[in-house]
Design a protein around this ligand. Sequence first.
Ligand SMILES: Cc1cc2nc3c(=O)[nH]c(=O)nc-3n(C[C@H](O)[C@H](O)[C@H](O)COP(=O)(O)OP(=O)(O)OC[C@H]3O[C@@H](n4cnc5c(N)ncnc54)[C@H](O)[C@@H]3O)c2cc1C
Length: 413
Amino acid sequence: MTVRTSAVVLGAGHAGLAMSRCLTERSIDHVVLERGEVANSWKTERWDSLRLLTPNWQSRLPGCAYECDDPDDFMTMLEVIGFMEHYAQVISAPVETHTTVTSVRRNDDGYRIETTRGSWQCQAVVLAAGACNIPNVPRVTEALPLSVETLTPMQYRNPTQLPEGGLLLVGASSTGLQLAHEIHSSGRPVTLAVGEHVRMPRVYRGKDILWWMDAAGLLDVTWDEVDDIRRARNVPSPQLIGSDERATLDLNRLSEMGVKLVGRFAGVNGHKAQFSGSLSNVCALADLKMNRLLKTVDEWALEHDLDDAVGPVERFESTRLPASPPLSIDLGSGEIRTVIWATGFHPDYSWLDVPVLDRKGRIRHEAGVVDSPGMYLMGLNFLRRRKSSFIHGAGDDARDLSDHLLGYLDATG
Ligand SMILES: Cc1cc2nc3c(=O)[nH]c(=O)nc-3n(C[C@H](O)[C@H](O)[C@H](O)COP(=O)(O)OP(=O)(O)OC[C@H]3O[C@@H](n4cnc5c(N)ncnc54)[C@H](O)[C@@H]3O)c2cc1C
């Protein structure tokens, strides 16, 4: 049997739920199809100790903000899951759980959606299936010695699952830094391969750096305001961690703990992991960009007469680097027992049977309006705004795109 509805939303993460709420507000009948349960990614794909890097006050979705005692604290995974489940209930989201979409096809009536629990026919479809479905793992992983275990952040839960001994962590964005900190603290010596990264202090002039970015409008910058949107969409996640101490976690802090820094992972030759000689350059660039951000914040504070209300201007020590970081490590020597690829994620579109992918497998779209009539996209990095992939960024995108979707339904009758 095929169920007919005006719109289908694919995925019940925060992006799909925000869209569901906006469709309901616009009286658009729809269903949300979810392969697991509400907040499935947070329930099944995150490590135990993870806390949001965005403060509680930023956890807001259309019509509902997270209620808590401390707006500056950071949610645990259980709290994130609780918040999303509460939200789905409050907005009465029409979620069909345990319903995996296996195919989305275009036909004369719009789109036909095949799932493991029947078919849906709709005029419009919103793809909110997540941007982080598949970890990026270099092909060379097969060339590593059998004595070395490899893991992705999705498989990692806590240090007890790791063998004793050294660990090579590849990637120094928020995931890589947080795992390096936790695993090194467990007594396993960590070597961190550092590529391009975004350095930020947690607290600047007495306020959270995300408070500054929010207040100064930096998170609201739109896709058509930046010079190179493709590049902006590929910027790695900021080196931030959510903790009670509101502490900065950067490469200097990890070095102080004893984490060894090496350059970007470049490949494997025989049993040798090789690293690029660019460590000092990528760190200098990250320091430069952080200082540029802080300068923007300072100028904004001055313009808005805030200078007396906040702490003094601060500048932070440049990233300290080893005199000559090794360019290779012998993975056959037994020193390294585990490699974790914290090298980012990409979306899974294996169920998408509409010709909208470019040569690199990315969906062709303009700010979420996909290059196929009545198809929309949610939750991607810098989809419409810099904040698009954050929880608090979904609301504005869902409002804009549901307006477009309503116009499409009206126009096509
Ligand atoms: C490690 C990590 C830490 C993060 N920390 C923060 C943070 O601190 N603050 C913040 O704001 N953001 C954070 N994010 C970013 C972002 O909020 C998450 O990636 C978020 O999960 C994206 O929400 P979403 O709704 O777009 O996707 P998801 O939450 O991934 O939701 C997509 C849903 O679609 C479902 N789905 C996928 N394929 C199918 C299918 N074929 N059929 C049916 N259902 C399907 C999935 O099961 C999932 O429930 C973090 C991301 C990661 C990976």
